[in-house]
Design a protein around this ligand. Sequence first.
Ligand code: ADP
Length: 499
Amino acid sequence: MLKKILIANRGEIAVRIIRACKLMNIKTVAIFTVVDSQSLHVKLADEAYCIGSGSVNETYLNIDKIIKIAKKAKCDAIHPGYGFLSENSEFARKVIKSKIVFIGPSPEVIDLLGDKVKARSIASKVGIPVVPGSKGYVETLEEAKTVAEKIGYPIIIKAAFGGGGKGMEIVNSPETLEISLLGAQSVAENFFGNKSVFIEKYIESPRHIEIQFIGDSYGNVIHLGDRECSIQRSHQKLIEEAPSFLTEQERNELGEKVCKMAKELGYVNAGTAEFLYKDGQIYFNEVNPRIQVEHPVTEMVTGIDLVVEQIRVAGGLKLSYVQDEIKINGSAIEFRINAEDPKTFLPKSGKIEQLIAPSIYHVRFDTFVFSSYNVSNEYDSLLGKLIVWGKTRNDAIERARLAFKELTISGITTNIDFHKTILETKEFQERIVSTDFIEKASIKEKIEENEEIKVAALYAFYEKIGAIKRVKTETISEKQRRILNLWKQRSKLEQTRNI
Ligand code: ADP
């Protein structure tokens, strides 16, 4: 069994992993930057090492530095959490080469799934429907035209090695195909170091569902049911639930296919298969080879500690459960509490004057901050996750109401009120949701602002990456110019986001 684990991450997930280790009597080693020195993960770990104050590349993404600390501290494993190095196969390879256990799937599996085109073909092979689209990468305008004509507009051009919602271009008509292809390729090259893109049919107003699975090194793979994560902003999840709206039969059928795919891959450790759902059709989207932000909702409905299971299987133990023992009980909802302006989604920094976490039966608040904590805007804006459970979905909503009455974070702008507004919408309560829920939601001026942000973002982005040599700024309105400036500020920050 593993004895000492370095957590190559920060924030609430670092705290979450440390707590799982403590439960298992495993020693923990934290790494932190100067701005993170107050963080709870530093206080809770048995040992903590400062990795400087530079950029993320010099700190949380500095592979050699992290491995050096792990060796020095005599760690026998590294948990990457989510974001940062969690899907970096080079990191996994180097960790393994240093005779340290990487808590995640093998580097070969990470590589395979990191290529969305390859992932699509594996899913097809086990009978999971994929979104209609190109068979492989699309390089030229001619190829793009042929695919688009075959599947019909609107289409979406996506970076094959993309992530974090970046490098996706929706194309509504042939006129904008060329510029969108160029744009997507440039973003792909700039952000992911590979300009390969592919095309899918753009599914309008889909719902996002996913299946949690985990495998051990004895060939056992189980699934732990489904989640719905349709409430998103800027293609990033904001509210997640378990189970989704699928019937028990649909859930089991999809879960079985996902397990088949994982077995085919020789998948060890936790993973999530993501799908889009529209008009009764389920389409494979991608597999995330790591623990996800929203894993607690699955824990609440199954009673299984996913991080403990991750550590067990990485240490060579068998899964503690077989498929028949997995039962979905009740309903859980997670709200991501971010330090951000709820209208522009720009991260906010500042000192938390007071934090009061709800302490109610069946409520969990995962965080790394506390009263008097200084929140910097160097990293992701996630402050914590409010997770509630109820016997039924309505009970869970009721408990969320109670929890939000208690949850207080003062001194800094957060999206707590935004969540409260969503909670009281008829659409949320009746579960009439889709990935464009927030754009559609009742806050009118936000919608207008969102549109302008999109336009401004497109200009700013193309300008930045040189896809358009010179942006004709005279075509942008005053308001757009103002938002453009905000956006520029935001995209600078986005480079340091970890999810
Ligand atoms: P990333 O890996 O960058 O997060 P994903 O492929 O997971 O990208 O897509 C993120 C989100 O983008 C999805 O949850 C969905 O909202 C939207 N999306 C992706 N592909 C499509 C599609 N074919 N049609 C409609 N929306 C899509």
